[in-house]
Write a protein that binds this ligand. Structure first.
Ligand code: FRU
Length: 511
C-alpha cells in the first residue's frame, strides 16, 4: 500500500470513530458523470483489464462491505464504449478460513485461447486471473491463479495455489501476457522494496520460471508496485515497436508513476536510456496503479489508472478510474516519449452523450477575462487551441464560485513554458501545500498550445499538446461552484474551442 492510501486509511478510521454517530453525508455533486465509479463502496487499482466479445471488462480493487480500503476483492464491470458501465457482482471475493484471510490484490486476466492451463470446459477456453494473494496474518504475499468458465463473471481458485511463493512480505501485482515468439506467458511482478521488476515465463500459467530482473532504476525512493510491460508503436509505424515498462512508485517526492522505454527479447527488458533517467507518466497527484487493455480493437493499447482522492470523503462510494488513455510513442529531441490521449473510443461517443449541448468558437481574440462560457453541472470536456501571441498565461477558470475568489485555474504559462493546474483558490483543505500547484514543462509549437480539459465533478484531467503531457488531479468544489470562464493575461487568440457539456443526465440528482 502506498503512503497516500495508508494516510487516507488512517484519516478515514479517525474521522470514522470521531463521528461514528453522524449520518454519512452523500456527495452526489462529486460523483463523476462519465468516469467509472463503483455503485457503492471503495475502489482503488484497476485489475484484469480484458476486451472480450465486443466489451471492455474492468475488474477493480474493491471493498464490498465498506467505503474504505479493506476486505480486498475484485469488483467487476463491463462497457461497450468506455463511458457507460454495467455493474456485476464481485468476481473474486476475499477468502476467509479459520486460520487465514486471503485478500485478492491487484493482477491481470488472460484469455487462455489454447487451453494451455487445462482449465477450459466443453471445448471453451477459460479466462485465467493471475493476482497477488495478500495474507495479513502470515505477513505474506504470493501469486495465485483462478479461472472462469462463465465469461469472467466468477472465478474458481486453483487448488494448488500459490503458483509463485518466495515467502516475501511485499511481492505483488502480476501482469501477464502471451509472447508468441517463444510461445509462452510472460509475467512482470514487483519486488516492492527492492525496486525490482521480476520477469517470469510459463507454458501453462501454473509453473513459472524466473527469466530476469529489471531494476533498481529510475525513481526508487518509494516501493514499486503494479509493473506492466507493453509493446507500443513508434511514430505511428507498426513496424517500429518499442516496449514500455510502467511502474507505480508511490509519489512522495517523485512521480506517482514512471516508465522505462526499451527492448524485450522474451527474457530480458533492456532500457534504451540510462538507468538513472526518470520518465513521468502523469504530472498530477492522482493517477496511479494504471494498467492497460492490451487487446482492444485496432490494436490500441489503452491505459486506465485509479485517481486517488486522498483526504476527501465521498459517499456512498470512494475512488474512481481515470479517463482511459490511448498510448503511443514518439521520437522527440528528448528521446522516445510516451504520448497519451483520451481514448478514441470515448472521444467518438462525446456527441452522443452531449446531446447537442456543445459550444464552439473560432478565431476569437481575448485579453483579460473572457466570457463565462458554460459549466453548469461541472461535467464537461474542453478541446482548445490557443495562439498565445504575447500573453503571459492563458487558460480557464473552472469550478468558480460566483461572488468569491474560489476557483481552480488550468492553463499554459508562456513565461515558464509550463502547463499548470492551480488549486490554491479552492483546495487548501484537500491537498498538501506542495500539491496545490501542479505543473509540467511543455513548449508551445509555433506559438500554439493545445489543451484538452476534462472536468467531471471531482476529477480534473488536463492533456497538453496532443498528449505530450498529462496532469490528473481531484478537486472538490462547493455545489454551487460551477462557473467556467476563459482568461488571458495579455493578448491571445482562441484558434479553436469546443466544449461538450456532459452533465444533464446526472444534474437532476443534485439537490
Ligand atoms: C497499489 C496497491 C497494489 C496492491 C493493491 C492493494 O495501489 O497497493 O500494490 O496490490 O493496491 O489494494
Amino acid at each position: 500500500m502506498n503512503k497516500v492510501k495508508f494516510l487516507s486509511l488512517v484519516l478515514v478510521t479517525l474521522t470514522g470513530s470521531l463521528f461514528a454517530q453522524d449520518k454519512v453525508v452523500p456527495t452526489p455533486q462529486w460523483r463523476p458523470a462519465y468516469h467509472f465509479t463503483p455503485p457503492t463502496n471503495w475502489t482503488n487499482d484497476p485489475n484484469g483489464l480484458i476486451f472480450l466479445n465486443g466489451e471492455f471488462n474492468l475488474y477493480y480493487q474493491h471493498n464490498p462491505f465498506e467505503n474504505k480500503w479493506g476486505h480486498m476483492s475484485w469488483g467487476h464491470a463491463t462497457s461497450k464504449d468506455l463511458v457507460t458501465w454495467k455493474h456485476f457482482p464481485v468476481a473474486i471475493p476475499e477468502i476467509v478460513t479459520k486460520d487465514t484471510t486471503t485478500w485478492i490484490y491487484s493482477g491481470s486476466v488472460v484469455l487462455d485461447k489454447n487451453n494451455t492451463s487445462g482449465f477450459g470446459k466443453n471445448g471453451k477456453p477459460p479466462l485465467v486471473a493471475i493476482f497477488t494473494a495478500d495474507q495479513p496474518k502470515q505477513k505474506k504475499e504470493s501469486q495465485f491463479i483462478a479461472y472462469s468458465n462463465n465469461g469472467g463473471l466468477s472465478y474458481k481458485q486453483y487448488a494448488q495455489n500459490p503458483v509463485i511463493d518466495l515467502n516475501m512480505h511485499d511481492f505483488r501485482d502480476p501482469n501477464v501476457f502471451w509472447y508468441p515468439p517463444t510461445k509462452q506467458w510472460i509475467m512482470t511482478v514487483a519486488m516492492v522494496d527492492d525496486h525490482i521488476v521480476r520477469f517470469y515465463g510459463s507454458k501453462n500459467l501454473k509453473e513459472w520460471t524466473k527469466l530476469s530482473d529489471f531494476g533498481p532504476a529510475g525513481f526508487t525512493k518509494n516501493g514499486w508496485e503494479c509493473p506492466s510491460l507493453l509493446p507500443l508503436v513508434v511514430d505511428g509505424n507498426p513496424a517500429n515497436i518499442k516496449w514500455v515498462l510502467f511502474v507505480s512508485s508511490g509519489g512522495e517526492h517523485g512521480p506517482l508513476m514512471q516508465y522505462f522505454v526499451g527492448d524485450f527479447d522474451g527474457t530480458i527488458f533492456k532500457n534504451v536510456n540510462d538507468n538513472h533517467k526518470v520518465l513521468t507518466v502523469d504530472y498530477g497527484d492522482a493517477f496511479y496503479a494504471a494498467i492497460a487493455w492490451r487487446d482492444a480493437p485496432q490494436n490500441k493499447k489503452i491505459l486506465l489508472g485509479w485517481l486517488q482522492n486522498g483526504r476527501q470523503e465521498t459517499n456512498p462510494w470512494k475512488g474512481q478510474m481515470s479517463i482511459p488513455h490511448d498510448l503511443s510513442l514518439k521520437n522527440t529531441s528528448d528521446g522516445l516519449v510516451l504520448y497519451q490521449l483520451p481514448s478514441a473510443f470515448v472521444t467518438q461517443s462525446l456527441p452522443k452523450y452531449a446531446k447537442g449541448n456543445v459550444i464552439e468558437k473560432k478565431n476569437t481574440s481575448i485579453n483579460g477575462s473572457g466570457p463565462v462560457l458554460h459549466g453548469e453541472g461541472n461535467a464537461y470536456w474542453i478541446d482548445v487551441e490557443f495562439d498565445i501571441k504575447n500573453a503571459k498565461r492563458v487558460g480557464f477558470n473552472v469550478a468558480e464560485k460566483a461572488g468569491t475568489d474560489k476557483k481552480v485555474t488550468v492553463g499554459y504559462d508562456a513565461e515558464k513554458q509550463q502547463l499548470f493546474v492551480d488549486c490554491t483558490g479552492s483546495e487548501k483543505v484537500n491537498k498538501s501545500p506542495e500539491n496545490l500547484i501542479q505543473t509540467t514543462p511543455m513548449k508551445a509549437v509555433s506559438g500554439l498550445v493545445k489543451i484538452k480539459l476534462l472536468l467531471d465533478r471531482s476529477s480534473l484531467e488536463v492533456f497538453g499538446n496532443d498528449g505530450e503531457r498529462v496532469i490528473s488531479t481531484m478537486i472538490y468544489p462547493d455545489k454551487d461552484a460551477t462557473g467556467l470562464s476563459v482568461f488571458s493575461e495579455g493578448e491571445a487568440v482562441i484558434r479553436g474551442l469546443k466544449i461538450w457539456n456532459l452533465s444533464p443526465k446526472v444534474l437532476s440528482t443534485i439537490k
